[in-house]
Design a protein around this ligand. Structure first.
Ligand code: SF4
Length: 460
């Protein structure tokens, strides 16, 4: 029996190359592969870098769906529906918008897949499929390691992705992670992690701990960093600003090889932070002080900002940009607020009648980088100002100015890495803008499971 795992791309413009920085190893697909029984043959296709051989024999297809890839996932499912192949979907979008995904998938895995996917596989073999497979809430993260054999022969960025912990205990209103995990946070066993990192160590120069908030459980994070020290690896991760309050945590991160950390600064305006339920960004520590402390531990900072909250004024774009340049931040992101379905901010905007599309992620008119809701500043102005801030931040004068931070360019190796990364992001400041969701070469309508049941869409 053969299982085909597909990782969908965000979209595609025929004849154009896909955006390189979006091509990291897709960890969800490796987890799916690990959950397929040993007696089943697994094929894996990464839609971002190769074409999908729809006519290759397969018994079923597994797709992990995110909001940005939903339209493309449904296009891929349509191709398989045409061929009478069963398609199963899971992931964030499938959990937060199960009714929608059920239209395009023969069955949907809701929540974490570690418990449900093996049940789905067994039901498929026994021909007793249900429409929804839900997790009981048991923590699968503790039992399964990703099967990276599926990545062999594919050209990914040379970064080892590892999931150390899952979820977050905070409740920022725009965050789909906390909506998916319902504010829960869990971690893997240290021995399991050490084994996984040790196996990859010789082939990866850098590890990315993909956890959304690496320090959500500080006691565990410290224990993990202590265990990492003898491995002599280099890694980057994501944390919240409260990290800067804990000298021991920063010291252990540095000693364990941490090169830099992404922190959601989100806004310089406390009123916005309050609205997004992210008070902890200003109640514990001032941004300036946090940056100083991170610099003291040579933890390079990737600060991310969102625009489109109601207290933003037009000058905030320039103010935020100046702040990042003045404080010589290594990398920064200037993005608009994205209302992901299933999050409190989406529900609020929907209730207030401010959404510009019924479902922006499926609308043919919608393009990446567009602000899909009404706010105080006009949506197209937010879009334009975000691009302007990115271009200016990754412009040569800004890069040159930010270079004079011991954290950013402390030695020749870092000097080279700093310029390389900043130039890469400079190239992409505009590249993603107006990118379509879904493959523009897809013709016809999406095919639903109901269409397939009517059997009037099957190809011979
Ligand atoms: S701290 Fe980060 S991961 Fe946690 S809820 Fe807020 S945005 Fe999401």
């Amino acid at each position: 029996m053969r299982v085909t795992i597909i990782y969908p791309c965000v979209g595609r413009i025929p004849g154009e190359e896909y955006i390189r920085s979006w091509q990291m190893e897709p960890l969800p697909s490796a987890y799916l592969s690990a959950l397929v029984p040993e007696d089943m043959d697994v094929r894996f296709y990464d839609d971002r870098m190769e074409s999908i051989p729809y006519n290759e024999q397969t018994d079923l297809v597994l797709i992990s769906v995110e909001t940005y890839t939903a339209k493309r996932a449904y296009q891929i499912a349509s191709e398989y529906h045409r061929r009478g192949v069963r398609v199963f979907m899971g992931g964030y979008h499938a959990t937060l918008l199960t009714d929608e995904v059920l239209q395009y998938a023969d069955a949907v895995v809701v929540g974490e897949g570690e418990e449900s996917v093996p049940v789905l596989m067994a039901d498929f073999k026994a021909n007793r499929l249900k429409r929804i497979y839900s997790s009981s809430g048991a923590n699968g993260l503790k039992t399964v390691s990703p099967d990276r054999r599926i990545f062999s022969g594919k050209r990914y960025l040379d970064i080892g992705l590892i999931e150390v912990t899952r979820g977050c205990r905070s409740h920022c209103e725009f965050c789909s992670i906390t909506a998916f995990h319902r504010g829960k946070h869990s971690h893997r066993r240290i021995e399991m992690l050490m084994k996984e990192i040790d196996t990859l160590k010789s082939s990866k120069k850098l590890f990315f701990f993909v956890d959304d908030n690496f320090t959500a459980d500080v006691t565990f994070a410290k224990e993990f960093c202590r265990a990492l020290i003898p491995l002599h690896i280099k890694w980057v991760g994501q944390a919240s600003i409260t990290l800067a309050l804990d000298g021991e945590m920063m010291s252990l991160m540095r000693a364990s090889g941490c090169q830099g950390v992404l922190i959601g600064f989100e806004s310089l305006n406390p009123q916005n932070l309050k609205a997004m339920n992210k008070r902890f960004n200003y109640t514990n520590i001032k941004y300036e002080e946090a940056i100083q402390r991170l610099n003291a531990y040579t933890l390079r900072l990737y600060a991310t900002f969102v625009f489109g909250y109601d207290y933003d004024v037009i000058d905030d774009f320039k103010r935020t940009l100046d702040f990042c340049v003045q404080h010589k931040i290594f990398m920064a992101a200037f993005n608009h607020l994205t209302p992901f379905p299933g999050t409190p901010v989406y529900e609020k905007l929907e209730k207030e009648g401010r959404l510009l599309y019924k479902k922006w992620w499926l609308d043919d008119r919608y393009r990446y980088g567009e602000v899909p809701f009404k706010t105080v500043i006009a949506p197209d102005v937010i879009k334009k100002e975000c691009v302007k801030a990115r271009k200016s931040f990754y412009g040569v004068p800004s890069i040159a100015k930010r270079m004079f931070n011991r954290s950013n360019c402390g030695n020749l190796l870092m000097f080279n890495a700093y310029w390389f990364i900043n130039f890469l992001l400079r190239k992409e400041a505009e590249q993603r803008i107006d990118y379509p969701l879904g493959d523009l070469s897809f013709k016809g309508d999406l095919i639903t499971v109901r269409d397939k049941e009517r059997e009037n869409v099957l190809v011979a």
